[in-house]
Design a protein around this ligand. Structure first.
Ligand code: UD1
Length: 368
């Protein structure tokens, strides 16, 4: 049988842990697959990119487009301009895009126009909030992909409701959880808790980077006020995303937060971050991936958003949506700390079992 040549697209931080298990499974099945990693350069800081490649055991990307940061239109256009000649030269059998970042839609669109088959990993998730750039990326990528790999059954339903033919949809599970389960043990070697001087269960972890939360000064100040209150009871460790770092400086929030006991640190690598959040009493976040990771590990997750594209983390997992109202955030944290929220019995969603990448490979071989 001819080997399938696959281009795997990695652009931004949340892509890397999704690409890694697919890449290593394809390398393991080298008689069936020839995978190449294309890094668009959407994220480029060592802490946002290289650290993840190292921790995940990924090699240097085979192809680097080096696009960097820019407005949405410019970044998307640059990725397309740089990626098109790569596709023409490499002539892949399939291009795999993951997640919902600008690199995802940009590369999918190039393929659709060239008539090259593209598969979307993590398809069908919908927040139904079109003010989120990721929601636009998700809807458009799904509309033009040839094969849609889903993480949960609600995603299958969303796609069918949008008129997608069921024979394009494959419910395979969650590749990000493949990575988590594979690295959980390895992460125990991380010294991050000792470095920060925290003990299991004695701290909270905060991540914040959605433009809707950090770019609006009133919203960010409201969240900061809630954090100041929560930090009176629980020390909070806050690895700060580069976008958020800029806003903290611009809005002058750094002193107030650190005085209150919110400890701002640099973004962490994959293993250090697993080690940190896996020992937390609670997580406050606006990240998509962390809602899923906390569900699998059974850690209380308070999501600072009004909606989620991952409802399974609420139905089966530990996630609660509280939005950005400071009182609601404080109440949700108190519920966890005082045990008055009713201990949420979380269960692991179907097929989040560490074998999603293997199912993706099986499907790609079968559709030929
Ligand atoms: C992007 C994704 C978002 C994802 C997030 C995870 C889109 C539309 N957004 O948002 O879905 O959740 O990544 O991190 O694709 N910057 C650096 N160094 C870097 C990268 C970015 O300093 O390596 C700074 C730049 O000033 C840039 C800003 O962060 O302008 C935002 O980066 P960008 O990739 O545009 O969006 P994110 O907010 O990271």
């Amino acid at each position: 049988m001819r080997r399938l040549k696959i281009l795997l697209i990695a652009g931004a931080r949340p892509n890397f842990m999704k690409v890694a298990p697919i890449y290593s499974e394809m390398k393991r099945r080298a008689d069936e697959f020839e995978p190449l990693i294309v890094h668009t350069g959407q994220h480029y800081d060592a802490s946002m990119s290289d650290a993840f490649f190292n921790d995940l055991g990924l090699p240097e990307p085979d192809i680097h487009l080096g696009v960097g940061s820019a407005s949405h239109a410019v970044q998307t256009a640059r990725i397309m301009t740089e990626f098109e000649p790569v596709v023409l030269e490499q002539k892949p059998d399939w291009v795999l895009v993951v997640g919902d970042v600008n690199s995802t839609i940009a590369c999918a669109l190039v393929c659709a126009k060239l008539g090259v088959k593209v598969a979307h990993v993590e398809a069908g998730l919908r927040s139904r909030d079109r003010s989120m750039p990721e929601e636009i990326n998700r809807i458009l990528t799904d509309a033009i992909s040839d094969l849609l790999f889903t993480t949960s059954q609600d995603a299958d339903e969303n796609l069918k409701a949008e008129g997608v033919s069921p024979d394009k949809i494959r419910f395979v599970g969650n590749v990000m959880i493949d990575s988590l389960l594979e690295h959980l043990k390895l992460a125990e070697d991380s010294a991050i808790r000792q470095q920060l001087g925290v003990n299991e269960g004695g701290y909270g972890v905060l991540t914040l980077h959605r433009p809707s939360n950090v770019d609006d000064p009133d919203v960010f100040r409201g969240i900061a006020n809630a954090l100041v209150e929560i930090a009176k009871k629980l020390r909070i460790i806050f690895p700060v995303h580069p976008r958020t770092r800029g806003r903290i400086e611009e809005f002058g929030l750094a002193d107030e937060l650190s005085r209150a006991g919110v400890q701002m640190i640099e973004p962490l690598g994959y293993l250090d971050f697993i080690r940190l959040y896996s020992g937390a009493r609670l997580i406050l976040t606006d990240s998509g991936g962390l809602q899923e990771e906390t569900t699998v590990l059974g850690i209380p997750c308070i999501t600072l958003r009004n909606n989620t594209e991952r409802p399974v983390t609420i139905e089966l997992g530990t996630n609660v949506l509280v939005g950005t109202d400071p009182d609601k955030i404080i109440r949700a944290a108190n519920d966890v700390l005082e045990g008055t929220g009713g201990e949420r019995q979380s269960s692991i969603p179907p097929l989040w079992d560490g074998r999603a990448a293997s199912r993706i490979c099986d499907e790609l071989v079968q559709v030929q």
